[in-house]
Design a protein around this ligand. Structure first.
Ligand SMILES: [Zn+2]
Length: 386
């Protein structure tokens, strides 16, 4: 039997790469339609695909099952076998060959446009009001340094159980689910697509405009998945948006990751605004909608400390992180925004390796005041030197 690698699956599905680099193939994203190279797949790194625009990711079997709308639970061995069999049948010409070609989404599945932020906020806050936070998830958030009050304010909630029931409750409240990522239609009734875990709200000021899920069982090494119904009937992509929490001072910290940003904001006592971009390199939304929010602020870039050399670092990985960091710096420079790069757990040009993210550093209570004082002194000196 032929080995089913992601190359083969992409081929069956009619995904045609337009570029190859170091074994990574770049193609038009079959989920969100991005054709600027945000979607890529690779055989050499365990048959994975990923789209930096819509966040859809997984292995060859997920790619097949998602694009064919098979709705299979691939963790279930029987359903997994079903997926493998379907691929084999297709390879042997026993079923009609399937090609998504260039307009798969347009032709086969009618997706919705994302609703405006006001509508998302209403739907998502109604969703949160239906949910609780379980002890296991609460303990996870405590370990990250958050208090009971922080957790309640942000609105972290566990998502599990019957999605149909949740959807029903929202419809009873006359909530419009059209264009709300996560929701989609099946046989004319609304459904919710999610993975078990806890919801991390993505804020734009006081509005909730999306969710990342800290999943209980990481999928293909991914601990954070978007609440998204991309590729589903009347479904909608999350859009990979940044979170923005407004602070008291004209200072903004930019971190990588939604949860990370939220934790930094709360632990620094909401003194500073915090932006969390979905990934070091996922800056489209920030470029379009972030600059306006911070144009009068002094900015501290707070990307993880693997932006600096550390003991046993890999030259290639470091370069990749640094190039993403420079991309952010360039955007700030072009917009005439004053900024500096913040470092911690750092001496003699080397990251000591104890705290990777700023959130990790702040989870040690003694470090909180150190960071607040440093930022306040730095910005005071900058404005004195004007
Ligand atoms: Zn995509």
């Amino acid at each position: 039997m032929q080995e089913i690698n992601i190359d083969l699956v992409a081929n069956i599905l009619g995904i045609v790469p337009f570029k190859e680099s170091n074994g990574e193939y770049y193609a038009k994203c079959p989920f969100c339609g991005d054709n600027r190279g945000k979607f890529s797949y690779t055989v050499i790194k365990k048959n994975k695909y990923h789209c930096w625009k819509c966040g859809n990711s997984g292995n060859q079997f997920k790619l097949y099952s998602e694009l064919k709308n098979l709705d299979l639970n691939l963790e279930d061995s029987r359903e997994f076998k079903k997926c493998v069999n379907l691929i084999h049948q297709e390879l042997n010409g026993k079923t009609q060959p399937f090609k998504y070609e260039t307009s798969f989404i347009g032709n086969s599945v009618k997706q919705s446009n994302r609703a405006c932020d006001e509508k998302l906020n209403i739907a998502y806050k109604a969703l949160l009001s239906q949910l609780q936070l379980n002890k296991y998830h609460k303990d996870n958030l405590f370990k990250r340094g958050l208090s009971e009050q922080h957790i309640a304010e942000i609105g972290f909630k566990t998502i599990q159980g019957n999605g149909n029931l949740l959807t029903k409750q929202l419809l009873l409240q006359k909530i419009d689910l059209n264009g709300v990522p996560g929701f989609f239609k099946e046989n004319n009734s609304w459904k919710l697509k999610y993975s078990k875990g806890y919801l991390c709200p993505v804020y734009r000021d006081h509005m909730i405009i999306g969710f990342q899920i800290r999943v209980d069982e990481p999928k293909n090494g991914c601990k954070y998945l978007w609440l998204s119904s991309a590729g589903k009937e009347n479904g909608c992509t999350s859009g990979g948006r940044f979170t923005y929490l407004k602070g008291k001072k004209n200072v903004t910290l930019i971190t990588e990751g939604i949860l990370k940003a939220t934790i930094c904001y709360e632990l620094l006592d909401k003194q500073f605004s915090v932006i969390g971009v979905p990934g070091v390199d996922v800056l489209n939304d920030f470029k379009e909608n972030g600059i306006g929010l911070i144009k009068n602020d002094f900015v501290f870039e707070c990307y993880d400390m693997d932006k600096k050399p550390y003991s046993g670092y890999n030259e290639k990985t470091l370069k990749k992180v640094q190039s993403a960091q420079h991309k952010l710096h360039n955007i700030l420079e072009k917009s005439n925004i004053k900024y500096t790069s913040l470092v911690w757990d750092f001496s003699n040009g080397i990251w000591k390796g104890n705290y990777k993210g700023l959130d990790d550093y702040l989870s040690e209570k003694n470090n909180i005041q150190t960071v607040i004082d440093y930022i306040n002194n730095y910005t005071k000196n900058v404005s004195n030197n004007k």
